[in-house]
Structures are given as C-alpha cells and as structure tokens.
Design a binder for this molecule. Sequence first.
Ligand code: PEP
Length: 248
Amino acid sequence: MLVAGNWKMHGNRAGIAHLLEVLSTTCRDFDKVDIAVFPPSLFIQQTAEALNQSTIQFGAQNLSPHSEGAYTGEISAAMLKDFQCDWALVGHSERRQYYAETDEIVAEKFAGAQKAGVQPILCIGETQQQREAHQTMEVIGHQLTTVLDVVGIDAFLNGVIAYEPVWAIGTGLTASPEQAQEVHGFIRDQLTKKDADVAQSVRLLYGGSVKADNASGLFAMADIDGALVGGASLKAEQFTKICQQAQR
Ligand code: PEP
C-alpha cells in the first residue's frame, strides 16, 4: 500500500514544519504502508530536512519535461533528485486542465523523471462529462497508452498509477469502491495485455476526495493499492487515519 499526500499550493514554512513534525510521530509505526508527501517545490528542502530521520518519503507535484536549459520558472528531474525527491506526480488533472498538459507532455515528464531516478506517479482520470458520455475506459485507455507507447511496459515495473476521476477531485464526491475498482481492474487488464508480471507489480492508487471515513471501503477492493489524497492530507489527523487504514 502507498498513501500519498498532495498538498497542492497550500502551506507556509511554519505550517509545514508543524504538519511534518506531527506526521513523523503519528505515522511512525505504520510499517506496512509507504507514505509520501508532496509539498509545493519551494518547501522540498525543508521537507527533506524535517523527514531526515523518518520513513515518510516525499516528492514533487510537477517537473519540467526538459532536462535543462532556458525554461524560466521550471524545475528539472535532476534538480528534484539533487534534493532527494523519491517521487514526482505527473499528469495531475489540475496540470492537464490549467496548464494544458497533453498526454504527450505527461509521457515526456514520466520518462524524464524515471531517467533521473525519481519515481513518477502517473495520474489519469476522466471528467464528469466523459463519464456521463460513457467514455471513461476510452479516456483512461488513451491516457495510459500514450505513456506506454513512449516509455514501454518495462518502465512500469514496480510503478505507480493514480486513478483520479476529475469529478471527484476536491469536490467531496468520491467514486464508490465499486466504481473505482472497475477502472482499476481495467487499468490492470490493459497492463496485463503487455506484461502480466509488470501489471502485478504496479500499485494502483485511487484519488478523489479520499477521507478518513471512506478510505477503508476503497482499500478493501482487490485492485486498490493505496490513495492519492489532496485536501485531507493537509490535516494531520485525517491523513494519519487514512494511513492507518492502509496498514494491512
Ligand atoms: C488530488 O489532488 O490528487 C486529490 C485527490 O484531491 P482531493 O483529495 O482533495 O480530492
């Protein structure tokens, strides 16, 4: 199991120091779950120092698809590695929606992160409109295939994919465990068609308004191997309870 907390553009030095201090204690004994936090990039150094003695891992919410050069405001995969990032989110729906990230750009970011030794978490998911038009599997299939075509199935060995229906992110609406399982099963099947061993090694996270009171139902499903948590990851008590439920 892996529980990842995406802090998005929230926090300040004092608040992050406090959150990390509390989580380092409350999550100390969860030895069966990997836990990772994703602060805004400015706070990665602070996070690295605060988690120095902790098993909690950390990563970046985004990275440049380019390895270096004249790309004002961007941060490369090698820079993330230099600051000991274990992980990087790629293709979060907010990046796709507000920064026009295409499947092709997402694939480049995935490949760039992996090349630098930073583990990408590929985020995919359909909009409400697409779900209502019964296009969910088509959209998910396309988002996945575009990355697979660029990086190949072997790049997913021990990889992580987060299924995050856009209509469930930050809305308080959660996919039911059955709805999430249906898509997770589909993703696993798509990967199995390429390589069954790789498919079994991939952790499939669900994301979209995961809270302490709905996590256990989701975690009980066969193909749900953890969660990507937004809002609830900013509250130490909520996040700890979610991690606790993943401890199985
Ligand atoms: C997210 O940002 O990836 C997310 C799932 O957010 P929330 O938990 O707030 O819906």
